[in-house]
Design a protein around this ligand. Structure first.
Ligand code: PEP
Length: 257
């Protein structure tokens, strides 16, 4: 990981309403305090639904908690006639630091193209947020093209419009591994994460490629997290299901112990 600070990101998806979110974040942060979690050593971000963000923000600032806040999606537009969409500016005003773009559940369920994902990343970055750009191959892609080709092509298009030396995070999430209980092996994850970094090196230059954190996501648990983080090009994890269990998520972020 060559000096890149590991990031563990918890994607709640459409789970926990704002009251449950408050209870969850309190329990999580108190538990992390008990085990003496060093946030400078391993950064932690939670990605609640939009309707929870204000409540969680209030709690984090009132209690001076070191958890970072992320959102699960963002509009590519600044403002205007986009019913149901949420702008990057709105998120930035709620102390949101990260935003997921291009999750497979948005690419698949909402027909988001690579161009849309790129425009969302650009809008997020322009508002001072750090986009977490998700890429990953389906089981069919894997059979047809191997593991790396599709994620690399998705990444190339997603970062094309970002200014030089932009800060963003990449999340490699094989679609077949998400929510399936069938994680990639650490070697598979490393192979694709290495290819993604190589793409960034060619397209964006050595400095940005070396500074950018690349996460693995897909059925991460406390049992397999350490094996992923041992890989030189894996700089953290995007965690779905296991991020909704306080004890399990606490063990995951404590992967060094
Ligand atoms: C995700 O949806 O980003 C994810 C990785 O889910 P899970 O950990 O449940 O596979």
């Amino acid at each position: 990981t060559e000096g890149r600070r590991p990031l563990i990101a918890g994607n709640w998806k459409m789970n926990l309403d704002h009251l449950q979110a408050i209870a969850f974040v309190q329990k999580l942060s108190w538990g992390l305090k008990d085990v003496g979690h060093d946030y400078d050593d391993v950064e932690i971000a939670v990605f609640p639904p939009f309707t929870d963000l204000r409540s969680v923000q209030t709690l984090l600032s009132a209690d001076k908690l070191s958890l970072k806040l992320g959102a699960q999606d963002v509009s590519p537009h600044e403002s205007g006639a986009y019913t149901g969409d949420i702008s990057a500016q709105f998120l930035a005003k709620l102390d949101v630091e990260y935003v997921i773009v291009g999750h497979s559940e948005r690419r698949g369920g909402h027909g988001e193209s690579d161009e849309t994902v790129g425009a969302k990343a650009r809008a997020a970055q322009a508002a001072g947020l750090v986009p977490v750009i998700c890429v990953g191959e389906t089981a069919e892609d894997l059979e047809e093209h191997g593991a790396a080709a599709i994620p690399v092509a998705q990444l190339e298009r997603a970062v094309a419009e970002l200014p030089a030396d932009a800060e963003y995070v990449v999340a490699y999430e094989p679609v077949w591994a998400i929510g399936s209980g069938q994680a990639a092996t650490a070697e598979q994850a490393e192979e694709v994460c290495r290819a993604l970094r190589e793409q960034l090196r060619e397209q964006r230059g050595e400095t940005e490629a070396a500074a950018t954190r690349i996460l693995y996501g897909g059925s991460v648990t406390s049992q397999n997290i350490a094996s992923f983080l041992r890989q030189p090009d894996v700089d953290g994890a995007l965690v779905g299901g296991a991020s909704l269990k306080v004890d399990e998520f606490t063990r995951i972020v404590q992967f060094k112990k």
